[in-house]
Design a protein around this ligand. Structure first.
Ligand code: ADP
Ligand code: MG
Length: 378
């Protein structure tokens, strides 16, 4: 079957409820067949954006283009968008097959085609044998599959998911994440999903857009969101991270990179950081270094490693495949570190501990501009 997904572009969409601004110039794009997740805490405007895409709410400003065409003039039912929300409300008096067939009947598709289509989808979502059951005779996960089938049976070019797995328990949620992704890829439906669950976003998405107070903070691949957060909000929102204050001492250009020597309270020597020149402004001096706990390594004392520093362990928790350790650095600041059980058992008993990190693993976040540069080599 050919892929049915179409591209969607949301361009500078703003929404006010009275004087309250729920969306502030939101722009994002999903290519045909892509799975895009909008990740944000409760009240950040996720559902509002989906409602605007679906045509249940009107934007105050901006445009939505599906396959390049503005959908502003189209009524909700003319947009032909598939939707699956948390309260998926199957019709309780209809069987599984009847529930799934319902959108096709509405569209006056002929009987044989309906039967064929329902059959295909039931196999795809693995509900074969349950066609004649009523929703109350299904488990939560099966009901969710049935609702998904009903949302995609008429081949919508776009599927909207609003926290669809929120009501399921953890194991089922993982299973359904995998299932939805499988079906989405198999059919090639462009999907916009919204969730506050970062693990769900990281595992399911081709692209993640982090939203806070109606503003998109960053739209990137899951890897980039995790490894190269654009600002402090994103760095703190995804996973756990250490944010270390630093001041840029010197900066210069080298092989198309900006090289900064950043003084922190962590190491005696400044940390050398390289990054592509076009990514950041060149005139900022106050930085935050974002350093993930798994990228700080414990090692033998006085190894002379670059970017190494002394610290003591404040407390540690055994997590099975790693130790979650809180350490105190010379300047009194505290860092979270993930240490392999092997390294922990080998070194943790020693009085003076040393840690190191690879500067490649540090993300520099330039938050605000400060006056004077100490030294600049252009
Ligand atoms: P999310 O789905 O991310 O939890 P929503 O889009 O539902 O967030 O809501 C975003 C903000 O807009 C919230 O502060 C909410 O209270 C407000 N809001 C949502 N719908 C309405 C409405 N119909 N009238 C007034 N305020 C609303
Ligand atoms: Mg919501």
């Amino acid at each position: 079957m050919p892929a049915i997904g179409q591209s969607i572009k949301i361009d500078n969409v703003s929404k006010f409820y009275g004087s309250f601004q729920a969306l502030d110039s939101v722009s994002l794009e999903a290519d045909a067949g892509e799975f895009l997740t909008i990740l944000g805490s409760s009240g950040s405007g996720k559902t509002t954006l989906l409602k605007i895409i679906a045509g249940f709410e009107a934007a105050n400003d901006g445009q939505i283009l599906i396959n390049g065409a503005d959908i502003a003039g189209k009524k909700s039912y003319e947009r032909n968008i598939g939707m699956l929300f948390q309260n998926y409300a199957l019709f309780p008096h209809m069987t599984v097959a009847e529930n799934i067939a319902y959108p096709l009947k509405l569209r006056k598709i002929d009987k044989d085609e309906i039967a064929e289509r329902v059959n295909f989808i039931i196999k795809l979502i693995k509900l074969d044998g349950m066609e004649k059951r009523l929703p109350k005779q299904l488990s939560g996960g099966q009901q969710q599959r049935c609702a998904l089938a009903r949302a995609i049976v008429y081949n919508p070019p776009l599927l909207l998911l609003d926290e669809p797995l929120g009501a399921l328990d953890k194991n089922l949620r993982h299973e359904m994440q995998f299932e939805i992704k499988r079906i989405q890829k198999e059919l090639g439906i462009t999907t916009i999903s919204v969730t506050h669950d970062q693990e769900e976003a990281l595992t399911m998405s081709d692209k993640i857009c982090i939203m806070s107070h109606g503003v998109i903070q960053q739209c990137s691949s899951p890897e980039e969101i995790y490894n190269e957060p654009r600002n402090q909000f994103v760095a703190e929102f995804i996973g756990s991270t250490n944010l270390i204050k630093g001041t840029v001492m010197t900066k210069y250009k080298e092989n198309g990179c900006r090289v900064s020597m950043v003084k922190t309270g962590l190491t005696d020597e400044p940390v050398r950081i390289e990054e592509p020149l076009d990514r950041r402004q060149f005139n900022l001096d106050d930085v935050l270094l974002a350093l993930r706990p798994e990228l700080i390594h414990l090692m033998k004392n006085r190894s002379g490693h670059i970017n190494s520093f002394k610290a003591s362990i404040l407390n540690s928790v055994y997590m099975g495949d790693y130790y979650k350790v809180l350490i105190r650095v010379q300047d009194g600041s505290e860092l979270n570190v993930k240490i392999s059980p092997e390294a922990y058992r080998q070194y943790a008993g020693e009085k003076e501990l040393e840690f190191f990190f690879n500067a490649d693993c540090v993300t520099t976040i330039y938050e605000k501009e400060k006056g004077v540069m100490l030294k600049t080599i252009e």
